[in-house]
Ligand binder design. Sequence first.
Ligand SMILES: [Zn+2]
Ligand SMILES: [Zn+2]
Length: 263
Amino acid sequence: MQFCTLFSGSSGNVVYLATERGGVLIDCGMSGRQTLDAIAQAGLDPALIHAILITHEHSDHIKGAGVVARKLGVPVYATEGTWDGMAAAVGELPARNRVVITAGESFFLDDLEVAPFSIPHDANDPVGYRFFTGRHSVAVATDLGFFSRAVSDAVSGAEIVLLESNHDPDLLKRNPRYPAALKTRILGKKGHLSNDAGAEAAVRLAQSGTRHLLLGHLSSENNTPDMAYRTAHAALTDAGAAVGQDVTLHVAARFQASFLYRV
Ligand SMILES: [Zn+2]
Ligand SMILES: [Zn+2]
């Protein structure tokens, strides 16, 4: 199984996951051209992408979904609520390529078992995803107001986890360009996970058996890759985990492919 982010952050998210038989994009929040260029630049095979799975209808997750789905001739999977919010933006697709999924109901794509789970975020029925193949599993958990019990249960023990580390609360609160309502939204229970909350979740994941943590969906204004990394590194070290041995820690870049995991 190969796993990486192609883009990650509040400006756009695209995640790639494939086995030898086939794979998926999770979200498609950059333009179609940028997404297809990034796949080629990372040396990945677009013919392996057999579906696009959407977490929720915010534009940083769907911008290129329609274009890429039409280019590759693949279906788009999303919950009913997400479809309600994004159908117009996705545009024309054959009916067979608009697939409705339900949080808590797993399904198979090639040899990948896909398990969507509900996430606390201010969208219509948003989900994260966990994937299983053989004895390996990977989870995508971003856009989280908080690391809820349900999310924790859904992702615990996954070998690789893409985990949100969105903002430093002090930078966010002091940011003069962000209106108060936006700050309240981001800091709220249906907003985004802070570095500290992400670090706490990282510790719980490491204790549950996660071997590889990839921090993602960083805010461009209210965070830096270094702050996100140092916060999680300190929490893991304090909890007795040897970073680099017990668990690896990377930060997903905003506009470049992340480390490519192969398990
Ligand atoms: Zn969102
Ligand atoms: Zn987002």
